[in-house]
Structures are given as C-alpha cells and as structure tokens.
Design a protein around this ligand. Structure first.
Ligand SMILES: *[C@@H]1O[C@H](CO)[C@@H](O)[C@H](O)[C@H]1NC(C)=O
Ligand SMILES: *[C@@H]1O[C@H](CO)[C@@H](O)[C@H](O)[C@H]1NC(C)=O
Ligand SMILES: *[C@@H]1O[C@H](CO)[C@@H](O)[C@H](O)[C@H]1NC(C)=O
Ligand SMILES: *[C@@H]1O[C@H](CO)[C@@H](O)[C@H](O)[C@H]1NC(C)=O
Length: 613
C-alpha cells in the first residue's frame, strides 16, 4: 500500500499539497516519502508528484520512480498476474519498464489491460507531456480527484481530508471507468482541463456502445471528460455476467422445511454436477488466497532464539460468518505451518437499555434482549458479546478443530463509545471522505478498528493485550454482491424473479468501487496495512460470472441456505460445520455499531457525525 498524489497546475502558481492531506498519505506509506516537481515552460505547466511508500516485499523501491528518459510513475498496486514479475523484481519497476517502451495510447492501454490485481496509478509520459491515471476494473485502490474552482489545478490523491464546515468539499472518487489522460499541450492551449477516458470494454462489446455513462458532474466547468472514440480501450479482465434466466426445475422440493440443517447441504452436495462446480470454485478461490498470502514482506526481523518468527503476517477481518471462515480455511492451506494467523473480530459496547423510553410506544412490548440489560457494564466480557463476537468464537472452535496445529489468534477488539467518537474525529472521518452516509460511517468505523488490530487475545489460557502486526488484511468483500448474500436480493427475487435478481447482481458488481472499495482501501491503508480481496480476484469473478445465477444462489430455499448457496456448499466441502449455514449479518449490525449509535437513521442518510467541526 502506498499513498500517491499528483498536483497539476496550468497556471504559474505553485503546486501545493495541503499538510492535512500529506499527513494522511504518510499514514498509508510510512516507510519512505519523496516529492518530485516538474516545471515545463513550453507548454507552461507545473506538476508535483508526492509518493509515500509502504514496504511490502523485496528491497524498498522509492517512488516517484523515474526512468532515464524522465518518464515518472506513482504506483499503488500489486501485480498478482498478467505481467511477469520475477521473485527478486519489484512490480513498480516492472510496470514502468512496460510503460516507457510504449509509443502510443494503444500500447499503454494494453499494459493496464494485462495486469491482474488491484491498482491505482499516475504516470507522466514525458515525450508527450501527458499525465495518465486511473484505477483497476473494480476500483480496489482508492484515487480521488479535486479541481480548484479558482485556478486551473487538478489534484489526484489516494486519500484526502475532510473540509472544514465552511468549505464545500471538492473531492470525488475517480470513477473506475477506465484510464484517463490529460494532454498538457492541449490543456495549455485551451486554458482548461481536457481529460480523455479510455474505457474498460467487454470482449463482445464495441467500444462505442460502451462509453461510460458517467455524468462527470463532479468536475468544474473548465474541466471536460470525454471518451476517446478512436477505438482505443482497455480489455475487461473478467468475462461478462451470465444473464441466463431459464432456470431448470429444481429437483430438491423437500429442502423446504424451515428447520435448516447441515444435512440439507450434504444432500445438495450429493448431486454430481454440484460437486464439480464446488470443486472448481474452491480451486480458483484457493489460488486467489495463495497469491494474496504468499506475496509478503520478507524482511521481518527474526525475534525468538530458534531463529524463526511465528508472528502472523496475515490477518483476516473475521466475523465467523461463512465468507471470512472460508478465507481463514484457505489461508491455512497456504500460510507456512509455523506462522500464526490473526482473526480480527470487532465489537462495539452494548448499550444499557433505557427501559422507560423504550416502552413508551403504546401497544409495543419492550424488547427483552438480555444482553442489553444492566449487567452489561459490570461484566467486561459480556458487554462486548455482540452477535459477531459470538459467531466469531464459534468459528474459532471450528478452525481449531480443522487445524489444531495452527496458532489462531482470535483478537477481540472492543470499542467503547468514547474511543469511537475520538477516533472518528481524529482519523476516520478524513478517510471515509468524500463518502458521507450513515452506512459509510458505520462500516468505515468498524473496519478501521478491526484493521488496526489492537485488542485482547489468548496467550496460554490468559487474555492479554495483543496487537496484530500483519501487514496484509484479507477481507470477504465481494462474496455477497456476487452470490446474492444480501436481504435486498431476496426482496428483488420476490418481486422480479430470477431476471430481476440477475440484473441486481450485475448492477451491484458494477458499482462496488463507488460503494465499498475506495473507502475500505483508504480505511485499511491508514494503518500502514494492505487490504486484499480474494473474492474479487479476476479468476474468481470470471468463474462466478460464467455461472447462471441459479447455481450461485437459490433464493427459494430458506435463509441461511439459499443465499450464497454455492459458497455454503464449498464451506461444507472444506469441512466447515455450523458456520456454513449462518444467515448473513451485515457488519454494522453484527458488530453492534449501528445499535451503539442508537439513532433513528436510514443507512443512506448523510451522516452528521462525520463532520469534523
Ligand atoms: C516494490 O517496492 C515497493 C516499495 O518498496 C513495495 O511497496 C512493493 O511491495 C514492492 N513490490 C514487490 C513486488 O517487490
Ligand atoms: C484518441 O486517442 C488517439 C490515440 O492517442 C488520438 O490520436 C486521438 O486524437 C484521440 N481522440 C480524441 C477525440 O481526442
Ligand atoms: C462475565 O461473563 C462471562 C461470560 O458469560 C462469564 O464467564 C464470567 O464469569 C463473567 N464474569 C464476571 C466477573 O461476572
Ligand atoms: C450461462 O449458463 C447457461 C446454463 O448453465 C449455459 O448454458 C451458458 O452457456 C452460459 N452462458 C455463458 C455466456 O457462459
């Protein structure tokens, strides 16, 4: 993970990077910081490139990286495939080598079409005075842009900061629609910013039918974004979604009983074509996890006498639900036996119930949730026993049962209202920005505390303070979007059938960058750690996209079974027990942050708590 930033100015005014933004960039890349400025007289412009590097593996490669010709690269990404990166090589260097030999935009687009893995970048092509920038197909790395209304300046950065209340925010996420080019020759002549976009295109689409339908309203009047219609585009790294809706008759009429059991899954697994699919899914997912856990920092100091270091390099955001359980099981396959794995489990303190106010509504019985009652405060363990903590502990037992040799560190991360409020003000609101809803706030805060990894863990039968130092954090994001895990999928299925469901899934995958990924990358990156998303590996998405929807989910089956059916079957095949049939619980409810806030808000409302002043 790195923090990258580029300020382009077409006016003689200097390029400046606000201190608040710089501080946030340094949190992402604490190991090495450097600025490079380019001033060119004809055409007249000035650029500041600011890079803050987190050292992940190999020897540290400082950025901005320049070649002998003066081409310059800011790279915040990982190459998990597509381009050859030798074991001793550094991906930043490899990308720059590929880019600097390209002679035209077709060549540059071809390089980015080939990369497999998450990325955001800024590239200065010196011969043509062009600035290229963009994010990967899913938008797994954050990139924001901002243009100043007073002067002709464009700023690109991994992370920004909240404006004070008097200011209006100028920041927006760069849409993951393709890669962009700013031709500074053209801009200098027209005295405005002309940003060309080279869109992602699926194999069977012609680029002209695939012009991204963004309105680009985020930019001021002097900036124009236009698709380049010359037929230069990027090849989508995944195959298109199977929109087939003609589901065959289901042959399992008797799995209707509301009493779910693991036998239901066993029964389904007996069908031979299902077994085949399940094996395929496990295979690609396992490979996706392998690539993400084996590309690691290698220069950790050895600490104990035996010369080995069992400290965890890998952490999993862990609720004990099926998505995170599968990641943990697959990580166990690929992480060396002597290494621990950190399971990060976050809980927000349960509130004491206010019996009077709760029952004020006529005819409505007060809720009797025993964990909410007064004993909460007197028993530290109990008041953090939120739903995700309970399923997390159960999940830990399953994992210990599957591999008793492994040191699993179940990290209980307990957050009090006071700490939540303090850290939201100090850090989290800056990272969530420019997103701003109640949901962004809840998830942003929950993920921030979870990824920080400061909590309690068992050490020889004793709970001790524990800090996870793993730089790689695996998250299960993408499973619900692809395999119909959310309750809104059931709603859509009820109203519009299979056809509606397929459309909903296609829409959700296409907007995952704006809803989740940029935000989660900014949040997790703040700890100098790197978020990795195995369910959004290109091969995993391609496999799931090929399958007709009824193989991924069967929403006529009960909750806890029908949604993410294929994943549940995979969990069973991998030897998981009760966690395979846990119904989905969204993080804001599972961790009880939504309850802690205890307000009558809609998830989509603007969140006032995110205003810093
Ligand atoms: C390349 O170097 C940068 C900076 O040191 C580091 O963040 C990155 O992980 C390295 N990548 C590889 C593949 O070595
Ligand atoms: C699109 O890109 C090509 C190749 O770089 C360039 O020659 C052409 O002028 C661009 N088209 C527009 C409309 O800018
Ligand atoms: C707190 O609750 C836990 C779990 O129910 C229980 O095991 C423990 O004994 C309780 N501790 C105290 C001090 O009451
Ligand atoms: C979609 O799924 C159906 C049913 O399995 C299959 O026949 C068809 O070939 C798939 N289409 C694509 C484009 O993969």
């Amino acid at each position: 993970m790195c923090g990258i930033c580029c300020v382009v100015s077409l006016s003689p005014r200097s390029c400046v990077l606000a201190d608040r933004v710089r501080t946030n960039l340094i949190s992402r890349g604490p190991d090495h910081s450097q600025d490079v400025t380019k001033t060119v007289m004809k055409p007249d412009f000035k650029c500041l490139f600011s890079a803050h590097v987190l050292h992940m593996k190999g020897s540290l490669t400082p950025q901005p990286l320049q070649d002998s010709a003066g081409n310059l690269l800011l790279w915040n990404g990982e190459i998990f495939g597509g381009l050859e990166v030798g074991p001793e090589e550094n991906d930043t260097i490899v990308i720059l080598q590929h880019l600097s030999v390209q002679e035209d935009s077709t060549g540059i687009c071809r390089v980015f079409s080939r990369v497999r893995g998450p990325w955001a970048f800024v590239y200065y092509e010196v011969a043509k005075h062009c600035i290229w920038f963009g994010r990967d197909y899913f938008g797994r790395r954050s990139l924001l842009w901002h243009s100043d209304p007073e002067v002709v300046i464009l700023t690109l950065t991994s992370v920004a900061s909240c404006p004070s209340t008097s200011e209006q925010s100028q920041w927006h996420e760069v849409p993951a629609a393709g890669i962009y080019r700013l031709d500074l020759n053209d801009c200098a002549q027209s005295k405005g910013l002309i940003i060309e976009v080279f869109p992602w295109v699926n194999s069977e689409d012609h680029p002209s039918v695939h012009t991204p339908d963004y309105t680009w309203e985020d930019l001021p009047a002097y900036a124009t974004v236009m698709p380049n219609l010359s037929g230069v585009f990027l090849q989508s790294p995944v195959c298109p979604m199977n929109m087939s809706t003609s589901a065959p008759e289901r042959h399992l009429g008797h799995v209707q009983s509301p009493q779910l059991s693991l036998e239901n899954l066993e029964e389904l697994l007996m069908q031979s074509e299902k077994v085949e699919r399940v094996k395929q899914l496990i295979e690609v997912l396992s490979e996706a996890v392998r690539r993400r856990v084996q590309s690691l920092p290698c220069s950790r100091p050895f600490t104990d006498q035996s010369g080995t270091n069992d400290e965890a390099d890998i952490a999993v955001l862990f609720s004990g639900g099926i998505d995170s359980m599968i990641l943990a099981v697959l990580a166990d396959r690929h992480v060396p036996a002597g290494k621990s794995i950190d399971l990060l489990n976050v809980a927000f303190k349960l509130q004491e119930a206010k019996p009077q106010t709760q029952s004020s509504k006529k005819g409505k019985k007060p809720k009797t949730d025993p964990t909410d009652e007064h004993q909460g405060d007197h028993n530290l363990t109990r008041c953090f026993d939120v739903p995700d903590r309970i399923t997390g502990r159960a999940g830990l037992l399953e994992l210990q049962h599957l591999n008793p040799e492994r040191q699993w560190n179940f990290v209980e991360i307990n957050v009090t209202p006071e700490e939540l409020q303090r850290m939201r003000q100090e850090r989290i609101s800056n990272l969530v920005h420019p997103l701003d809803t109640v949901l962004d706030d809840s998830i942003g805060c929950a993920v921030w505390f979870a990824a920080r990894g400061v909590g309690m863990a068992m050490d020889r039968a004793e709970q001790k303070l524990y800090t996870s130092n793993a730089k790689v954090v695996l998250t299960g994001i993408g499973a619900d979007e692809q395999l119909a895990g959310y309750s809104r999928h059931r709603v859509r299925f009820k109203s519009d059938g299979v056809e509606g469901l397929v459309k909903e899934l296609a829409m959700e995958l296409s907007r995952i960058s704006t809803r989740n990924l940029g935000r989660d990358d900014r949040i997790i990156g703040d700890h100098g750690k790197e978020a990795r998303f195995p369910y959004l590996d290109e091969d995993v998405v391609s496999l799931l996209n090929q399958l007709p929807v009824w193989e991924k989910a069967d929403l006529s089956l009960p909750r806890g079974l029908g949604e993410k059916l294929l994943l549940r079957l995979a969990a069973r095949e991998l030897g998981l027990g009760p966690s395979a049939i846990l119904p989905k619980r969204a993080m804001q409810f599972g961790s009880r942050i939504a309850k802690m806030e205890n307000r009558r808000e809609k998830a989509s409302d603007k969140c006032k708590r995110l205003n810093t002043e």
